[in-house]
Structure formats: C-alpha cells, structure tokens
Design a protein around this ligand. Structure first.
Ligand code: ATP
Length: 302
C-alpha cells in the first residue's frame, strides 16, 4: 500500500493582524500556502492584500500572529529562496534588459550570474541586448518578473502582476505564470481580479476589509451553487416534498416560484425524478447557473 504524505506548506500564516492607526488592515488571518501551488490572495481594493504581502516579505511588521516559510527553516536561508515583485523595479530605459538585470543582481549582492537562464525563463533571451525602452509593456513586466527570478527562488511573490497591462500583455504574464508553475515554482499572487485568480491560480484566499472569507483550492472556494427553479399547481406541497430531498441545501419561494439551492450531483433530472416519485407534476423546471462573478460579489459585498 502506498501512503502519500501531504506536502508541507511552503508558507503557514497564523492569526496575522495589522492596523494603521484606527484602520484594521488585517484581522487575525490564517491560511497555508501549499507547495507547488499558484496561490491567489483575492479581494477588492483596501482588503489587506498588499499589507499581507508586505508582512510575509518582512517589509512590514505584523501587530499580532506568526508566519513561517518552508516549515520554519532559519529566516535568512528562507529569505534567499523567495523572489518578490511588490513594485516595478527602476530599470534604466537606455540600458538593455541584460544590463539592467546585472545592476539588479549587483544591488542584491547575488553571487551567481544566472541572467541567461532567467531571460530564457521569461522569454526575453532573444531580446536581451535590446534597450529597455524598446520593450512592450508586457516585456517590461516579464523583465521585472525575471529580476525576481534571479538567484533561483523556490517561491515567487507578485503584487497585482497584470496591473496596467493591455490584453496582450495580460495574456503574456498569465502564460508566464503558468509556465513557471509547471517548472515547480510556488507562486503567490495578490489580485483584485476574480478572472485572473480563476484562470491561473490553483488555490485562493479571499479577503474583505482585513477578514479572511474563504480559502482553499479554487474549485472548492469558488464553487458555484446552481439554483433550480420549479413550479407546480400546489406550491406548498411542492416545497414540503423538496425540503425532504437529499442534495437540496435550501428552498425558498420567490414570486410564485420555488428556488432550490443544490449540492453537487443534484440537478434538474434528479429533481424531476424525485417529484414524479412523489406524484407531483412540475409545470416549470429551469436550471440557473450562478456566475462566479455573482458569487464573488455576494461574498465581498455582503
Ligand atoms: P489595493 O489593491 O487597493 O492596494 P489592498 O487589498 O492591497 O488594496 P492594502 O493596501 O493592504 O489593501 O490596505 C488595507 C487597508 O489599510 C486599506 O484600508 C488601506 O487604506 C489601509 N492602509 C494601507 N497602507 C496604509 C498606510 N501606510 N497608512 C494608513 N493606512 C494604510
């Protein structure tokens, strides 16, 4: 028998709090980032995403709580395994991407010159001697991610990596994130874009005004609950019958229609069969898919 040991979290955050004067930016937030995940910290503006990244990167000090990287290995060693991009580095416009990375590596006192490896990773090897000012916005952002990849980090932390890019630039960065993930790098991304998290992330933590709302694998945390509409001649008997049905998590009558919130595996077919078995003839049966946008808005606006 094979026993598969669960991967230890790359980052474990416990009960982190932070205030700026009267503003509570983070309110006892806890979650784990699994190894080899693309972990999205998702929330509207002001929800505490950047503050959280600042804390885990030692730029800000938490008021309470703890966090540990790589199962708690010594701090300086852990720090070397983390690449980050909180703000776009100040690249020199008149220098090439290659020379700009040299300056970045020198400032950070990186010993090994791995610029060619990094430029290949971000798809800029062929343009390495072109001046920075000739790069497209997407290429400039890829170079910035390249700078974060110098020194072969195991984890990459990115704050809103597609902000300010046009659709082509956004697609380039998302492709790059997927490629880096396939290469085994764990990536933590702060984003206010549901679409972004849905498209590139494996896991998510949703913040709202400093509170953690939900966290876990994207397909669980952002799971869509379908709603089924039904009508019959006797609405009261219909509701009483369907309240007893397994797979229906809640019922509500609205404007003469019974709305059913269904668990996974329960759909119109099961509802119809159940009603027939109870001798009820439906006059209306409709599946309404709730969009992820709706779910996200409900979570963050409620
Ligand atoms: P955004 O996407 O707009 O950057 P965010 O989710 O990253 O938002 P934070 O920047 O972490 O959120 O801000 C969380 C809260 O803390 C907000 O109410 C913000 O106004 C406040 N805040 C952040 N930095 C400071 C600061 N230096 N001084 C005072 N308040 C701050």
């Amino acid at each position: 028998m094979f026993i598969i040991a669960p991967l230890q979290p790359i980052l474990s955050i416990q009960n982190i709090s932070k205030s700026y004067g009267p503003v509570r930016a983070l309110n006892g937030v806890s979650f784990d980032v699994p190894e080899s995940s693309v972990f999205g910290i998702l929330g509207p503006n002001g929800s505490g995403k950047t503050t959280m990244l600042g804390i885990i990167l030692d730029v800000l000090v938490a008021a309470g709580g703890t966090y540990s990287w790589f199962g708690g290995i010594p701090h300086a060693e852990a720090r070397r395994r983390i690449g980050s991009l909180l703000e776009t580095p100040n690249f020199y416009h008149y220098l090439s991407g290659y020379d700009n990375l040299k300056i970045n590596a020198t400032i950070r006192q990186l010993k090994e010159d791995d610029r060619d490896r990094v430029l290949k990773q971000v798809g800029l090897l062929e343009r390495k001697h072109s001046k920075f000012q000739t790069y497209s916005l997407g290429m400039k952002q890829r170079l910035a991610i390249g700078a974060a990849l110098l020194g072969q980090p195991k984890v990459l932390v990115l704050d809103e990596p597609t902000n300010g890019l046009d659709p082509a630039g956004i697609a380039e960065i998302r492709d790059l994130i997927r490629t880096l993930h396939r290469q085994g790098i764990t990536i933590i991304i702060a984003s206010h874009l549901l679409d972004e998290v849905e498209k590139v992330c494996t896991h998510v933590a949703i913040l709202k005004r400093g509170d953690l709302l939900v966290h876990g694998p994207v397909n669980e945390a952002l799971r869509n609950e379908d709603v089924i509409e039904v009508r019959a001649t006797d609405m009261h008997a219909l509701e009483e019958a369907l309240k007893q049905m397994a797979g229906i998590s809640s019922t509500k009558i609205s404007e003469g229609t019974l709305l059913l919130a269904c668990e996974q595996g329960t759909g119109p077919v099961q509802v119809n069969e159940y009603c027939i078995s109870k001798g009820i003839v439906l006059s209306h049966l409709l599946l309404k898919k709730k969009s992820l946008e709706t779910k996200f808005m409900e979570l963050t606006n409620n």
